[in-house]
Ligand binder design. Structure first.
Ligand SMILES: [Zn+2]
Length: 102
């Protein structure tokens, strides 16, 4: 039997009792096409990125670095799932101003 555990808090997930949330993140680098007099350039740039991604999937080559394309997958317990949704991009906590207790 496959045992799942939460990737965040490492808690074991009981398939009989615990809901397991699967988070799939796909990250790909996009570059806005440089402004150019030639209108057709827009399509070409998009196509190139697409081709690069497809190539990397086919060959699993090392030519595409992690900074261009990544696919991540996490198993989360319900608690960690809720926390993840509150801050999916991992931003720094916001400082609160003006409410000091002095
Ligand atoms: Zn968890």
């Amino acid at each position: 039997m496959i045992q799942y555990s939460c990737d965040r808090c490492k808690r074991r997930l009981d398939p009989q009792e615990d809901l397991r949330y699967v988070v799939k993140v796909e990250v790909s680098a996009f570059m806005d096409p440089l402004e150019s007099d030639e209108m057709d350039d827009d399509c070409d740039h998009l196509l190139e990125v697409q081709e690069i991604i497809e190539c990397s999937e086919d060959e699993e080559s090392d030519q595409i670095g992690d900074d261009v394309y990544r696919r991540l997958r996490f198993d989360l317990c319900s608690d960690c799932y809720k926390r993840y949704l509150l801050n999916p991009v991992g931003r720094e906590p916001v400082e609160h101003f003006g409410f000091s207790e002095n």
